[in-house]
Design a protein around this ligand. Structure first.
Ligand code: SF4
Ligand code: SF4
Length: 270
């Protein structure tokens, strides 16, 4: 997964040290710190599907309105998959659209990448042990005076203090899709697959219409309980979408087809 990227003419050092949840760091950030708000401009700020839901609801917008007003599409360099990122203002500093005089105006629902800073997060597939491994790293930027000050805390304590686990867990399968595509290398992805990934990743309203107003339910077997859930609950809809994407992109068969299709010897991703 791509981390947050900032470039302001200050030296930026990504420490080449893999951190674990038990690794320790010193960090303290508060409104009176001299560098207050400096970290909220000129960003590559990826939005997870859950970030979009939460920001959209907080701002009382439809998904289309939110996407149009605050985001732009972006292709993740390693995976080639399209996501939405926050569109910076067109001022000299390229400030975040949610930065106000007093700081972040959407603080309660600020994106996952903002919560992580100054940490970065990565996920990779341990093929030998057939499991996913999470890791963290430290992003040191010259202007950030919070680093190496304040009390010592572990990475896990920091994550919890920022409410990260509860926002990460519901979209873990989405992060896994990106990681799996990254690990496949530069294979070409059909345009249609990219469009479906982008729709599920950014727009639950469109994905719901796609399910209920296309031939989707003629093709895929979805039980009544799931149908009711995805009709009413956007997060459940997203999570259904991640399983569906894994089925159609990697052949994971998590959402089964109604009619048995001829046996395919080897499922080719994408
Ligand atoms: S969303 Fe808030 S915390 Fe994140 S960059 Fe914008 S102003 Fe800063
Ligand atoms: S201490 Fe770092 S994270 Fe906090 S406001 Fe300053 S630059 Fe941003």
């Amino acid at each position: 997964m791509e981390g947050i990227h900032r470039a302001k003419g200050f030296e930026k050092i990504v420490e080449p040290i893999r951190l674990t949840p038990q690794s320790k760091l010193n960090f303290q950030c508060y409104p009176g710190v001299p560098c207050f708000k400096l970290c909220c401009s000129d960003l590559f700020l990826p939005l997870t599907p859950y970030d979009i839901l939460r920001l959209r609801d907080f701002l009382r917008l439809t998904t289309d309105e939110f996407l149009l007003q605050y985001t732009e599409p972006f292709i993740l360099p390693k995976s080639g998959l399209p996501i939405a990122r926050l569109k910076m203002r067109e001022d000299e500093e390229k400030t975040c659209p949610f930065l106000g005089e007093g700081g972040c105006e959407v603080y309660e629902v600020r994106p996952l990448a903002c919560r992580y800073y100054p940490l970065g997060f990565g996920l990779f597939r341990n093929r030998d042990e057939k499991r996913n491994e999470e890791f963290y790293y430290l992003v040191k930027e010259g202007f950030c005076q919070g680093l190496e000050s304040g009390p010592e805390i572990t990475v896990q304590e920091y994550r919890e203090s920022q409410g990260i686990p509860g926002l990460e867990e519901p979209i873990f399968e989405w992060a896994e899709i990106i990681m799996r595509k990254e690990s496949l290398g530069p294979i070409e992805v059909p345009e249609k697959s990219l469009e479906l990934f982008f729709m599920v990743s950014t727009n639950p309203e469109r994905f719901r219409l796609f399910i209920f107003e296309s031939k989707f339910l003629d093709i895929f077997a979805v039980d009544e309980k799931t149908l009711k859930e995805i009709k009413e609950d956007d997060l459940k809809l997203l999570q259904f979408g991640f399983k569906w994407l894994k089925s159609i992109l990697f052949g994971d068969n998590l959402i089964k087809k109604k009619v048995d299709t001829p046996v395919v010897k080897k499922v080719k991703p994408f």
